[in-house]
Design a protein around this ligand. Structure first.
Ligand code: GTP
Ligand code: SPV
Ligand code: MN
Length: 605
């Protein structure tokens, strides 16, 4: 039964049913009975069916399910992701583009009758707390139960999502997904920002198919934000509660698999805990931000769960994330421990299961398999966990108004050049720093791993329009916020020594850097003015308890601004602006070129 009287929703669903021709249409109301029935159905699929999900040990992992996607379908496919605006210029140099009509003409035959013999699920969902002035409604049509069960965790899914839409509004995002034959040659992740529409076909993996996430909450939403005066960013949101009870909120943009989930759930070092510091998680991947009534910038997390990287998550690195995954969680492409029907991934602990199933589904001897250089879990294997499971979830998580942001952090994986932390001179310089984010690539997207690439604002794969206009929008937001704008910082947890070891301990110890950032926001600590920005003065990063590891010599390395490396960095930025952006149709704001000139001049002083 249709869950809404909204004419536009009904007309569009009818049209898509006529196109894809499912045997059956099921509206997802979000009720427990319905979800239980779908779980029973999907776990009863025969072994070997690529759509099958498995029930895990219900004593140790109650409510948890396991799924493997096809080996050719384990990450986002950026080369097959398109922004179809009416002009190529509107999509800009960071996106693949095709004219909307041309794209539809190509994809329509692929969708024609694709759901014959299948059920179409109609998923209403809200990105953001239902009723929040910052929230938005989406509807995803899919032929995958895996998608329904994941969307139930990642969004506020079900009938309630339609509550605020009314009968005539057209303000919802239309998402059409079919796994089709999961054919990598016919895989397309396509956005029509001018029509609030997403078409995804021939994938069954995370970021390609959970259309509320990267497709809506970043690509479509960034386009909406530009037109409506707000921002959609690839950022975590955390709150640091100080000993006096006051909480400071910080957002941070790092590229995929570069530490957002980890920072969002950070547990402060012992000394900070004793002093009464606490960290609360508001979000781990996406922030929607808009100026509030008081003129400050407020952020909500549009999601309702975490789609987190499993490998590397353990009791020491991120106990909060691990705790999130102990119930009602879906694991994708991790390894199975057949001894007790639980899950395992690299660095979970030092005991890979002897009786293991690796992520492609082969039964193997875990320790031997690893000794031969295999990965038991795929490096981009993920958990889908409800936010409510998080031991440090913020009391403001469901606050419809969001939380006021004091600081914005950019960062990436940089083996050299970029210091542990520095502060921008002002918002414009901070926008420049965001535009200059580059990072060594990870397994979160298909392609080579470990290659340095530009990833402005950690949004390269997610900006739904021309990157030059996106930077201009950042500058406009700064003007609007004026002296109430958050302060902007850059961090690098990934600096290495000559042997390739990380020289900063990272994880919980990143609190020491947050501490300096907060003090800078409050104006309670001085800084060293350098060519590239404000750096901590000697002794101002608290290393109490880690003095053996982070000696004064190491700290000097962490905070070094090497003139030669930075001269190269600036030259590369000029090349990037000129050749990769301006020459390819990106209009770079003059103010950003001016920042580049200024830093170059500073370095030559
Ligand atoms: P997406 O979900 O893809 O957007 O990624 P994310 O930014 O949330 O990344 P996540 O926190 O899951 O971290 C991914 C990888 O970075 C894991 O392998 C972590 O172990 C590693 N990592 C996170 N924080 C740190 C840190 O402070 N230091 C070091 N050395 N590694 C870190
Ligand atoms: C990322 O790649 O940045 C993710 C995972 O957060 S996905 O949802 O697959 O995009
Ligand atoms: Mn992400």
């Amino acid at each position: 039964m249709a869950l809404t009287n909204n004419k536009n929703v009904l007309a569009w669903v009818d049209e898509m049913v006529a196109l894809t021709k499912p045997d059956k249409v099921v509206w997802i109301d979000g009720s427990k009975e319905q979800l239980d029935a779908l779980t029973a159905e999907v776990t009863a699929f025969p072994d070997g069916d690529p759509n099958k999900m498995y029930e895990l040990n219900q004593d140790k992992l109650p409510g948890c399910l396991y799924h493997r996607t096809l080996p050719n379908d384990v990450a986002r496919v950026e080369d097959r992701t398109f922004i179809c605006t009416s002009t190529k210029e509107a999509a800009g140099p960071t996106n693949n583009w095709m004219a909307p009509d041309e794209m539809k003409a190509m994809l329509t035959p692929l969708y024609d009758g694709v759901m014959k013999g299948r059920t179409m699920y109609v998923i209403p969902y809200s990105m953001g707390p239902i009723g929040s002035p910052l929230a938005k409604v989406g509807v995803e049509l899919t032929d995958s139960i895996y998608v329904v069960l994941n969307m139930n965790i990642m969004t506020r899914m079900g009938a309630a999502a339609f509550e605020n839409l009314g009968d005539t509004s057209d303000d919802f995002v239309r998402g059409l997904h079919s796994k089709a034959d999961v054919d990598p040659e016919k895989r397309y992740i396509v956005h029509f920002p001018e029509e609030n529409t997403i078409w995804s076909i021939n994938s069954a993996y995370g970021g390609n198919v959970l259309l509320g996430k990267k497709c809506f909450a970043l690509r479509i939403a960034s386009f909406q934000g530009k037109n409506e005066g707000w921002m959609a960013e690839h950022m975590l949101i955390l709150g640091v509660q100080k000993p006096n009870g006051e909480t400071k909120y910080i957002t941070a943009a790092f590229p995929s698999a570069c530490g957002k989930t980890n920072l969002a759930m950070l547990i402060p070092p012992e000394g900070y805990q004793k002093d009464g510091y606490k960290v609360f998680t508001v979000g781990d991947d996406i922030a929607w931000m808009k100026p509030g009534k008081d003129g400050r910038l407020y952020a909500i997390n549009p999601e309702n769960g975490f789609f987190g990287v499993a490998p590397g998550t353990n009791e020491k690195s991120n106990p909060n994330a691990l705790a999130c995954t102990r119930k009602n969680t879906i694991f994708t492409n991790v390894a199975l421990n057949n001894e007790d029907n639980t899950v395992w991934w690299e660095k979970l602990d030092k005991n890979p299961p002897v009786d293991a199933t690796e992520w492609k589904g082969a039964k193997v001897n875990g320790p031997e398999f690893i000794a031969e250089g295999g990965n038991l879990a795929h490096p981009n294997s993920r958990f889908t966990a409800p936010a409510e499971n998080c031991p440090c979830i913020s009391p403001e998580f469901n606050n419809p108004e969001g939380v006021p942001i004091d600081a914005i952090i950019f960062g990436g994986r940089r083996a050299s050049t970029t210091p542990l932390v520095y502060q921008s001179f002002d918002w414009t310089h901070g926008t420049y720093i965001g535009s200059a984010v580059s990072s060594e690539t990870t397994a979160a997207a298909t392609g080579a791993v470990g290659v340095l690439r530009h990833d402005p604002m950690a949004m390269k794969p997610f900006i739904g329009y021309n990157v030059g206009d996106y930077w201009a929008h950042w500058l406009e937001m700064g003007e609007k916020l004026g002296d109430k704008a958050p302060k902007i910082f850059n961090v690098n947890w990934f600096k290495q020594d000559e042997e390739g070891n990380f020289i900063w301990p990272g994880f919980g110890d990143n609190m020491r850097v947050l501490d300096w950032i907060i003090k800078r926001c409050e104006g309670t600590v001085d800084a060293e003015e350098t060519a590239i920005g404000y750096l901590p003065k000697k002794g101002d990063i608290n290393v109490e308890g880690i003095e053996d590891e982070v000696t004064p010599e190491i700290m000097d390395k962490l905070l070094a601004v090497d003139k030669d490396l930075w001269t190269k960095e600036i030259a590369e930025m000029r090349r990037y602006y000129n050749d990769d952006i301006a020459a390819k149709g990106g209009k770079i704001p003059a103010a950003l070129y001016a920042e580049l000139d200024k830093i170059e001049a500073n370095l030559n002083k």
